[in-house]
Design a protein around this ligand. Sequence first.
Ligand SMILES: C[S@@+](CC[C@H](N)C(=O)[O-])C[C@H]1O[C@@H](n2cnc3c(N)ncnc32)[C@H](O)[C@@H]1O
Length: 343
Amino acid sequence: MQVTQALWQCPNCHNVLTPSDSGLACTNGHSFDRAKQGYVNLLLANKKHSRDPGDDQSMIDARRAFLQAGHYKFLIENIASLIQEVQGRAERQAPTSELTEAEDLPVTLLDIGCGEAYYLAQLQQQLQQGLPSPLQLLGIDISKFAVKRAAPYLKQAQFAVASSFDIPVLDNSIQCALSVFAPFDSKEVARILKKTQSCFIRVTPGPRHLYQIKQALYEQANLHEPASIPEGFELLTEKQLHRTISLNGAGDLANLLAMTPLNWHGRAESKTELLAQAQIDLELDFCVQVFTAVELVEDASDEAVEQLPNEPIAESEAVSENEVENEAENEAENEAKNALKGE
Ligand SMILES: C[S@@+](CC[C@H](N)C(=O)[O-])C[C@H]1O[C@@H](n2cnc3c(N)ncnc32)[C@H](O)[C@@H]1O
C-alpha cells in the first residue's frame, strides 16, 4: 500500500504541516490556505524582498510555450535516466532493513525553482514506470505566477510558493532534489535530503549554451564558466549535453529570449535584428550533475560509494545560461531584475 508522506514544514515554527479543511496547518495553530489552483503560499511576508519576487507572468508564459515545443526534452530524458540509475544503485546497495522500512514509502522528488512545472510533469511521465516505488512530487518557486501555472498543470504534485533559501520541507525527507537553472542554498538542500539513498541534481549552462544569442546581442560573447561544486556536496556523476537546434525568430526564439534575462541585455536594435531572422541555428549546452551530501558519503560504506557512477558521460561539450542562474541567484537580484523590467 502506498503511503503519502507529510513533507511540508511550517515556515513559522518548523513543525510538520498536515492537511486541514482549507489547506495546511501545524499544531501551533499556523495555517495556510490552499489557493483555488491547488497550491499553498508558504512564503512569509517578512521573507519577501519585493512585491512579486521571482519570474514574472510574461517570463512564465514564454517558458511554458518554449518548453512545450520540446526543445529541452532530451535534457529531461537524461535527468530521468540519471535518477533511475542513482536510485536503482542506492536501493541495490541499501541494507535489507532499510529497504523493508522504505518499501511502502514513495520516492520523494522536490523541484527547487520549479517554474511552471514542465520538468516535474515530464519526469513524472518518464519515471513512474522505471522506479521501484511510486513517486511523490513537490515543487517550490518564489514566483507566485509560476506556481499558479504549475499547480493546475500537474495535479498529482504538491506546489508551494516558497524560497529556496528557506525551504518549507521537513529535514531528512527528500530522496531527490532538483535544481534546473534555479538558485538554491546548499545547506538547505543538504538539510531536506534523506540521510541515505538520496541525491541532488543540478542543471547549469554548459560553456556554449545559447552562444549564438549572446553573439547577436553582445559585442563580446563569453563562454559560461563551470559552476562550482555546492558546499557540503560531493559529485557522484555528471553529463555534458550539447546539441544544435534551428529556431525561427518570430516564434520559439522570441519565447526563449523572453524567458531569460538575456531579454534585458544588449542593444534593442540587435534584438530586433535577431528576432527578424527567418531561422537561427542555436547551440544548447547543459551540464547535469548529481551530488550527494558529504555526510551522506561518510555515512555510507566505502563499497557503496565506490560503486556509484563516477565517470562523466560526455555526450559532447556544453555552455551558457549562467545569466539565468546568476541573475536569479538571490531575491535581491530578482528585485533588480524586476526593477530592470520597470515593474
Ligand atoms: C531560470 S528559471 C528556471 C525554472 C525551471 N527550473 C525551468 O528550468 O523551467 C528560475 C526559476 O527560479 C525561481 N526563483 C528565483 N529565485 C528563487 C528563490 N529564491 N527561491 C525559489 N525560486 C526562485 C524563478 O521564479 C524561476 O521560476
